[in-house]
Design a protein around this ligand. Sequence first.
Ligand code: GLC
Length: 546
Amino acid sequence: MTQHVTAAPAATDSAPVPQWWRDAVIYQVYPRSFADGNGDGMGDLPGIAARLPHLRDLGVDAVWLSPFYASPQADAGYDVADYRAVDPMFGTLTDADGLIREAHALGLRVIFDIVPNHCSDRHEWFQEALREGPGAPARDRFHFRPGTGPDGELPPNDWESVFGGPAWTRVEDGEWYLHLFAPEQPDFNWDHPAVHEEFRSVLRFWLDLGVDGFRIDVAHGLVKASGLPDIGHGEQVKLLGKQEVPYFDQDGVHAIYRDWRRILQEYGAERIAVAEAWTPTVERSARYLRHDELHQAFNFEYLTTGWDAAALRDVIDRSLTAMNAVGAPATWVLSNHDVVRHATRFADGDAARGLRRARAATLLMLALPGSAYLYQGEELGLPEVTELPDEVRQDPAFFRGAGQEGTRDGCRVPLPWSGRRAPFGFGPADGGPSWLPQPDSWRDLSVAAQTGDPDSTLEFYRRALAVRRAHPALGAGRDIAWLPSPDGVLAFRRTGRGGSFVCTVNLTASPVALPTPGTLLLASADVGPGAGRTVLPADTAVWWAA
Ligand code: GLC
């Protein structure tokens, strides 16, 4: 039976302004690893600017850049020492300005990453707090506390860092400070008005430069439960995103985003913010998207769902229901700089199967209503690099030995662009450096190697994004209608102005014969449609004009 996902009226549907972000495909650039303009082995802003035509040709709408601000790089730039400066390793403020202008000239919007939960321990406020000692007002902008135990030698509470170990570090004068991530990333105290004022000013600084929006790092973490209560047991990292903890997803964060929404509005209705909010449910994520808060939130429940038809159908339904209830677009994402690349996640030990599923997963994702996020290199079908030697790793989670099991360097390996020798066009010179080594096999996965090969993953992404742009029933909209399908197969219809569209996905390990719903638009693998019925090979998705 056909089942419709019901939609509440979207609060902003009647707004007369263009809402580009509702169905945008947004491409994440990880600046360290995208393109190295000056040959020092580290990606940089001029490198990115020079490669923007690749993104225009790919057919994405916007680019989100992970942080490139002044930073000692204890957490690859998510430890910011100066929120208004570009780190010299990435370039200059003039380069950032130039990048925004060039992107705009190519029709691409630009989103920067803002990191408000914590700063670097080298940030001038933290340095001042250290210098001025216990009781000084400078300490109030962070969470400093005396320890517990007879001599204060134990942390103030039992909270654990997301990267493993206690979430507290003791300073020389005996006080402890809170850091939900690395010790080099002290958490701001968002009960302090100066913190609010500072971030209002930082947002305006980049909005004035012309940025189209922000990705808000750890958006769920800013406000901590009052009194910083104990949790009562260890291994808290396993709870994250599954259960309530007193340092994440507290109700108080929403007032901050209402305030930020007002600032964005001052710059017109096209500037947006997307929350990195790891919450237990899509319903909790939707709370960040009420009409006077943020525009989008990453759908991490979707990202963490395996290659399983029933589980995917369930998360799709719940996402659409939750987002429609607040009038926000759903978002879909398969990979980012913090997780194992999906071509490897889906592989179950067989790389070819992983890539087949990854391509099918891409068609499924891009067929859903709302906005989709791509992570650099997925358009090349890049797998996770699983065999990095320990001495080249840089992820603090690796060294603190918990949480993310040291896996985050393997998705951050610099992109291959061209040529037969590393760094494969990542930097200007053959044989030049790259901050993480690339596998030799990536010579066949470079942008140049895949361009023009109709079977390549890159050409497949280009076609998919072109069809998505052109077909009236793809992109915007809020609903899908599930069609009857055998176990392990997903089939749904979308209807838009002037056309209807069907997506079928075989998630099983065997071919499945299905009624042919229309004219084939694009398939993730060869299907060879027959009269009346089409055989979908294992792990294959097809788009139909129907
Ligand atoms: C976010 C970022 C991650 C970083 C962490 C701390 O989760 O995506 O890369 O390590 O925040 O800033």
